[in-house]
Design a protein around this ligand. Structure first.
Ligand code: GDP
Length: 359
């Protein structure tokens, strides 16, 4: 699937860049362009992709702190300039645009949903969100920001692929090392999903079409991505169990949104050397996925790659009713209450903001 990535805020820019780099290093050519927008000059200076500083008159290049309302206001006020800058970057070859952001902060949290709305007004291709939720250890303001932003982002974008910052980290990393490692994992996993819908050179076939990703995300709402890999035997016949076990791991322990298993739609991609992919294993894994997710629409396909490993990618569409999302929204609502205790109207605003629609 050919995409254009637009990172908003610090995390958004870093993740857009990491994804573009992964795609470039592997020669997939799924990422057609990557661009970063931010209110903080210093964050943009660390990036190699093209960038745009917004809100200079309001915050003088210093960022909005954790103020996501200010982030949203600035994006709204400068929407025309941002869209002008994107004109020509969002090419007609692109199958979709991804707006990438961490939802716990200010610029991405407030700005990404606003930008998605603008993009949808102008372009006919799907506009997806790639959104990072704050980890459990991050403070109340991050949780509250992310709760509101997720709700708005889900309404404005065609679908939001959510990554919980606690999901793909390993325990022995510091926060900074942790972010870099998580970004690499996001880049690899989302990068493989996007590349799966592309023709791979030397193989001459594309068994997963970009329309299958688009159809999996068609009903909107929240999406998640699961990933796992394992060494594969040279003989496909020996890999039936390896494939089913890898698919199970992708859904149950390798997912970007833990404990979100029930889904409207799903796509199972088995990546690996064509000689090592056991058809029977793929069929069983798909059947298992149908039962586990309760979805009547499970798509599947191979992604031919020259590798000794086999990987499973599980894209779920419509997971907003899952336990995990509900728990997060409860946490965000609770955080918002605490944060806004002195000004009772803010909590009402949060409630009235149709937060419950998500569930
Ligand atoms: P913004 O620049 O105001 O949009 O805010 P940031 O992007 O700095 O932070 C927003 C949220 O994104 C934080 O609460 C973290 O959860 C997360 N975050 C920040 N940097 C990174 C990063 O490099 N990788 C990941 N995965 N998450 C990040």
């Amino acid at each position: 699937m050919k995409v254009v990535l637009i990172g908003v805020g610090q995390a958004g820019g870093k993740i857009a860049q990491a994804l573009a780099q992964f795609d470039y290093d592997r020669g997939f050519e799924a990422v057609q362009g990557a661009f970063a927008v931010n209110t903080a000059r210093a964050d943009l200076q660390n990036l190699d992709i093209d960038t745009m500083l917004i809100g200079q008159d309001r915050v003088k290049g210093h960022g909005v702190g954790g103020d996501n309302e200010l982030g949203a206001e600035i994006m709204q006020a400068e929407a025309t300039e941002v869209m002008d800058e994107l004109d020509g970057r969002v090419t007609s070859q692109a199958d979709a645009v991804f707006v990438v952001a961490g939802l716990g902060g200010g610029t991405g949290s407030g700005g990404a949903p606003m930008l998605a709305r603008e993009l949808k007004r102008v372009y006919t291709m799907p506009v997806y969100g790639l959104a990072v939720l704050p980890g459990r250890d991050e403070g109340a303001i991050y949780q509250a920001n992310a709760g509101r932003s997720l709700k708005t982002f889900t309404r404005e974008a065609d679908s939001v692929l959510v990554i919980d910052n606690d999901a793909w980290k390993t325990s022995d990393e510091s926060i900074e090392e942790g972010f870099a490692a998580i970004n690499d994992r996001i880049a690899e996993r989302v990068g493989l999903l996007l590349a799966a819908g592309e023709i791979v050179e030397g193989v001459g076939e594309s068994v997963v079409d970009s329309s299958e990703i688009i159809n999996t995300l068609k009903n909107g709402g929240i999406a998640s991505l699961g990933y796992a890999s394992a060494l594969a035997d040279e003989d496909a016949g020996e890999n039936i169990n390896a494939i089913t076990a890898t698919a199970r791991k992708a859904l149950l322990t390798g997912t970007s949104l833990p404990q979100a298993v029930e889904a409207d739609k799903a796509l199972l991609v088995i990546a690996g050397h064509p000689d090592r992919i056991a058809r029977k294993g793929v069929e069983r894994a798909r059947k298992w996925l149908e039962e586990e997710t309760g979805s009547l629409e499970v798509r599947g396909g191979d992604f031919p790659l020259s590798s000794e490993r086999i990987a499973a990618l599980v894209l779920l569409g419509g997971v907003e009713r899952s336990q995990r999302v509900q728990e997060f929204m409860d946490r965000a609502r609770e955080a918002s209450k605490q944060q806004d205790e002195p000004q009772e109207s803010a909590e009402d605003a949060f409630q009235n903001d149709e937060l419950d629609d998500l569930m």
